[in-house]
Design a protein around this ligand. Structure first.
Ligand SMILES: Nc1nc2c(ncn2[C@@H]2O[C@H](COP(=O)(O)OP(=O)(O)O)[C@@H](O)[C@H]2O)c(=O)[nH]1
Ligand SMILES: [Mg+2]
Length: 462
């Protein structure tokens, strides 16, 4: 295909910038503009797959633009399976832009978003799911997402989807025989066999779609909302958990007026702590907005950390706030333990808390001294949603894959419900829908419009 070129590295100051050229004539174009330092290579072909030091020249001008390292990767042993040249120059935008401009002036076209990866796909080096994994690796922000993207790039997703599709195709074949030889004494497939096989496929599809909420947790982290009455020490607790003075702490009730969010890891899980405004009948309009946001933050939480003042015991207001978290995973934190006179007072406090919220875990801490905070972290680690690593990667599939799996799932469930009530031709239509949806995931059968849409999301140069 015609040669394309783009800057592969990010914008901004950096040590190195890379311009990438791929396609017909890529090597010849670069040969014209590159002057190797080594006498041996000043004439003729340059060696393949070696870093070659030299100068990059401006066409038709004396002098050079930059001292660069050039790598030539002839087809088919390259990312795109075409002739690829990479020019490693100094970082910063200007040098790379000038080198790119020189290449484009030789008749090479500027690459579109993801066009290198698209060529890798079109030339059969990657399937579509693997190509998408490249983008997931670039955008991964959590260990879980990176691990999932790596498995997808390695072909785990494609293999599992293809094997699922194979079982659908096998069933299609048996149905086709039943349709073609209807009435004849030939190996027909019984309704029971159909139900058994469809159920197995249906279960597997459902397995892919289950637990999408965990997918969000892996991608975006566990949402932990710190809620409670004003002045019980919510902001102090946030600061203690983060080990920094993030939220403003004061004796004045109503100091935290908006939600404040920060990250930390607990046992390798990304946790997003949200400190909220104390919930009470608001004193003014701004506080009222804050209170409403607190209520929303409780609703959105994976885990609610319900803070109360341990030095005075649970109050009616604490109970009311507790009711806002009904149905959630809640950890009750009795704060200000430093004010408790001794073990007996502590026992009494725990008993009271237990009576108010018998179903929820509880810990006694002091945000001021740090006492009990390790226990709090251990409890959080116990109660937060968790997934086993070898299931986890299945949960972070992209929206495109999820939609296709849903389509396949609906078609298979439809067929399953209809066995015995409709002619086999109708079941065959459903199976065809399911099989096409799965083929679109790996790109084994997919329209140009879908391919366009997938690569539009990429950055230029990848
Ligand atoms: N003695 C004691 N005081 C605390 C503790 N945690 C917070 N406080 C104090 O309680 C007041 C309110 O704290 P703050 O974190 O702003 O509470 P918030 O309104 O719930 O965010 C401040 O004066 C804090 O210093 C604690 O564990 N022990
Ligand atoms: Mg506060």
């Amino acid at each position: 295909m015609e040669a394309i070129a783009a800057i592969a590295t990010g914008t901004g100051m950096a040590g190195i910038g890379i311009v990438r050229v791929s396609g017909e004539g890529a090597i010849a174009v670069c040969r014209r503009l590159f002057r190797p330092r080594n006498q041996r290579w000043q004439q003729g072909d340059l060696p393949a797959r070696r870093m070659i030091l030299g100068h990059w020249c401006e066409p038709g001008k004396e002098g050079w633009i930059d001292e660069v390292m050039l790598v030539i990767m002839p087809a088919p042993h390259s990312y795109t399976r075409e002739d690829v040249v990479e020019i490693h120059c100094h970082g910063g935008r200007l040098v790379a832009e000038k080198i790119l401009a020189g290449v484009l002036a030789q008749g090479v076209r500027l690459a579109g978003p993801g066009e290198f990866t698209k060529r890798a796909f079109l030339n059969g080096r990657l399937d579509l799911a693997q190509a998408e994994a490249v983008l997931s690796i670039i955008t991964a922000e959590s260990e879980g997402c990176l691990a999932a993207a790596q498995r997808q790039l390695a072909g785990d997703l494609s293999r599992q989807i293809r094997s699922l599709r194979d079982s659908i195709v096998a069933l299609q074949a048996r149905l086709a025989v039943a349709i073609d030889y209807a009435g004849e004494d030939i190996t027909e497939i019984s309704d029971q066999q159909l139900v058994d096989q469809l159920s197995a496929i249906d279960r597997e599809l459902a397995g892919w779609l289950a637990g999408s909420d965990y997918g969000r947790v892996i991608r975006d982290g566990v949402r932990m909302t710190i809620a409670g009455r004003p002045n019980v020490g919510k902001s102090s607790l946030l600061n203690r958990l983060l080990g920094e003075e993030r939220a403003i702490v004061s004796k004045i009730a109503g100091t935290t007026r908006d939600t404040v969010a920060e990250w930390r890891y607990i046992d390798g899980m990304k946790c997003r702590f949200v400190d909220t405004a104390g919930i009470r009948a608001a004193g003014d309009e701004v506080e009222e907005i804050g209170v409403r946001r607190s209520i929303d933050a409780i609703a959105a939480a994976d885990v609610v950390i319900l803070v109360m003042d341990g030095s005075c015991g649970p109050t009616g207001e604490d109970m009311q706030i507790g009711r806002l978290a009904a149905g959630k995973t809640v950890l009750v934190v009795a704060n200000k333990a430093d004010r408790l006179a001794g073990d007996r007072q502590r026992e009494r406090l725990l008993a009271e808390v237990d009576r108010c919220w018998p179903d929820w875990d509880k810990v006694v801490v002091s945000a001021l001294t740090g006492q009990g905070v390790d226990q709090l972290l251990a409890k959080l680690s116990q109660v937060m949603p968790r997934v086993e690593a070898d299931v986890a990667w299945r949960l972070t599939i992209s929206r495109r894959h999820r939609q296709l799996l849903q389509q396949a799932g609906q078609a298979v469930s439809g067929a399953l419900a209809a066995v015995g009530n409709v002619p086999p031709e109708c079941l065959a239509v459903d199976l065809q829908t399911a099989s096409e949806a799965l083929a679109a995931i790996t790109g084994d059968r997919v329209g140009d419009d879908v391919i366009e849409r997938v690569f539009e999301e990429f950055c230029v140069g990848k």
